[in-house]
Design a protein. Structure first.
Length: 195
């Protein structure tokens, strides 16, 4: 089983996060922000991973530190759980509709951090969640996970639908990328021999 447990405590957040890439069970997700809990819950389901997240953050300020630090922890957990990436398919992509919203996600578990962010979320807030935090989450995650991630909004007007489509598309693309290729399960998926 490919698993990781991450504990991160700062003056702003105290986070415990665990992930298992090889099975899905409904985990406990408590970030202090209902909308973000919703995004991580659907991420886990669509990625086919078991994810537990507990975050005590300075939400009296806003959700920025919690969202960014959870992105750091999730990226670190993905990197740790994947190890040397032996046998994975490495690439994944998804074109995902969510009602009127349509989001394309393509990713490469490359060992290189790169985010190309192309979402245009029209409202400043989704509930009490700052829409700009979607980008902050993916910046933090890609930096620590060492993945190349492209998110492109093809269509959409509803802020909730656009954000949800992005999280689901990322989940589905990640599920494909980290799945084991039975024909190359003992190989590193790179001509360099290392990722």
């Amino acid at each position: 089983m490919r698993t990781a447990n991450i504990n991160r405590k700062t003056a702003e957040t105290d986070i415990k996060l665990s992930i298992c890439l090889d099975e899905y069970k409904a985990g406990t997700i408590d970030t202090g922000c209902g909308f973000f809990d919703h995004m991580l819950t659907l991420f886990a389901k669509h990625a086919g991973v078991t994810l537990d997240v507990e975050c005590k953050g300075d939400v009296n300020v806003d959700y920025h530190h919690s969202v960014e630090d959870i992105g750091i922890c999730l990226g670190s957990a993905l990197k740790e759980a994947l190890g040397d990436c032996r046998g994975i398919r490495r690439y994944g992509n998804m074109l995902l509709p969510m009602d009127e919203a349509l989001v394309l996600c393509a990713l490469d578990v490359s060992g290189r951090s790169c985010l190309v962010y192309g979402l245009d979320i029209p409202s400043e807030k989704i509930g009490d969640f700052d829409s700009e935090l979607v980008e902050e989450f993916f910046i933090a995650l890609t930096r620590t996970a060492g993945i190349t991630l492209h998110l492109k909004q093809i269509d959409g007007r509803n802020s909730h639908h656009i954000a949800e489509a992005a999280f689901k598309a990322f989940a589905r693309a990640l599920k494909e990328a980290v799945s084991v290729d039975d024909k190359a399960k003992d190989e590193i998926p790179s001509t360099k021999g290392v990722l």
